[in-house]
Design a binder for this molecule. Structure first.
Ligand code: ACO
Length: 319
């Protein structure tokens, strides 16, 4: 049996840090409200001259270094983003050019905060069918560019960043199963409704969110999808070494951990320092815990995320 295994991880956060105290000067909010309701204390913001491909390139190079691979060895590049640098070509193609890879399959995935889980799943299918041997998967977003900085409902939640993994075909177990879902009936609960036509942007190009509705749906959907992943592998919660969840809100993370009866010591939490970095959130959290030595080769991990669409999913894997 052919598996795809993660052989390298990488992450990048822009230098500039925005604290809750600074947000207090922008909108009517407080450090106490933000920490209590979300768990977020700081988030990183891209510099004006940084684009999504810049962030993606840094994370990708770190993942390639860990994997001891050259970019030219990748035959698939998938980049998950909601904030691409151009309408086209895809940011995956821009990244491919930066890395000096010629000829690999390269495309973007748009599934908002679930983008990395979607991208990882697609790459796994390519590798399992023999259509690719090595793949570079990146989640990168500059959400600060689609946030209205005078809307307290959204501006306290998001940050910028990129995370990446290198996948390789292996006979050793790697990705065990993946479970993707979407329901477009919820398209208006979390959206940037603007469109482009006749050379101009039409409509509102800022993130709109009915936070409370998203919150309730997220808890329900994530609880179901983590159960689905365990059941598909006939595993119970004890088999899990780590939960690497989407980092949107500490209350959603703790609710999912509770559902899994997992102690918080087995949950990777970066939301307090990163905020919600959308497609970058899961691979950034994974990279942090791999590099600080908490996650070890051979561990069983459950990755999950939910985002606009709604889209949601989980990946169960052996590292
Ligand atoms: N500071 C102070 N008060 C605030 C702020 C703020 N930044 N934001 C909202 N409030 C107020 C509201 O106006 C409301 O006041 P009211 O009672 O006078 O009307 C009150 O706080 C409570 O508002 P709720 O929306 O009910 O607060 P809630 O406990 O739901 O927390 C939050 C809001 C943090 C947004 C939460 O709902 C949440 O995390 N939602 C999910 C977000 C998410 O998971 N997104 C994932 C996908 S993201 C993606 O795909 C891009």
């Amino acid at each position: 049996m052919n598996y795809s295994r993660i052989i390298g991880t990488g992450g990048y956060l822009p230098e500039k840090i925005l604290t809750n105290a600074e947000l207090e000067t922008l909108v009517e909010t407080s450090d106490q409200w933000i920490v209590e309701r979300t768990g977020i204390r700081t988030r990183h913001l891209a510099a004006e001259d940084q684009d999504t491909c810049d962030l993606a390139e840094k994370a990708a190079r770190r993942a390639l270094d860990m994997a001891k691979c050259d970019a030219s060895e990748m035959d698939l590049i998938i980049l998950a983003t909601t904030t691409p640098d151009r309408i086209f070509p895809s940011t995956a193609c821009l990244l491919q050019a930066r890395l000096g890879n010629h000829g690999a399959i390269a495309f973007d995935i748009q599934a908002v905060c679930s983008g990395f889980i979607y991208a990882l799943t697609i790459a796994d299918k390519f590798i399992k069918t023999g259509a690719a041997r090595r793949a570079l998967i990146v989640g990168a977003d500059i959400f600060s560019r689609i946030i209205n900085w005078s809307d307290r409902n959204t501006c306290v939640l998001f940050g910028d960043g990129a995370g990446a993994v290198v996948l390789e075909s292996s006979t050793q177990p790697g990705i065990l199963s993946s479970h993707l879902h979407a329901d477009g009936a919820y398209k208006d609960l979390l959206t940037v409704p603007a469109t482009i036509a006749q050379g101009r942007l039409h409509g509102d190009a800022f993130t709109k969110m009915q936070g409370n509705e998203v919150f309730k749906f997220a808890i329900k959907a994530l609880s179901q999808v983590v159960d689905e992943a365990l059941a598909a592998n006939q595993l119970d919660q004890d088999a899990l070494d780590w939960l690497v969840p989407h980092q949107a809100n500490i209350r959603i993370i703790t609710a999912t951990a509770k559902k899994l009866k997992l102690p918080m010591e087995k949950v990777v939490v970066t939301v307090s320092e990163h905020g919600n970095t959308s497609a970058a959130s899961v691979p950034l959290a994974l990279d942090v815990a791999v590099r600080d030595g908490r996650i070890q080769r051979g561990d069983t991990l459950l990755l999950e995320a939910i985002g606009g669409g709604f889209t949601w999913g989980a990946v169960l894997l052996k590292l």
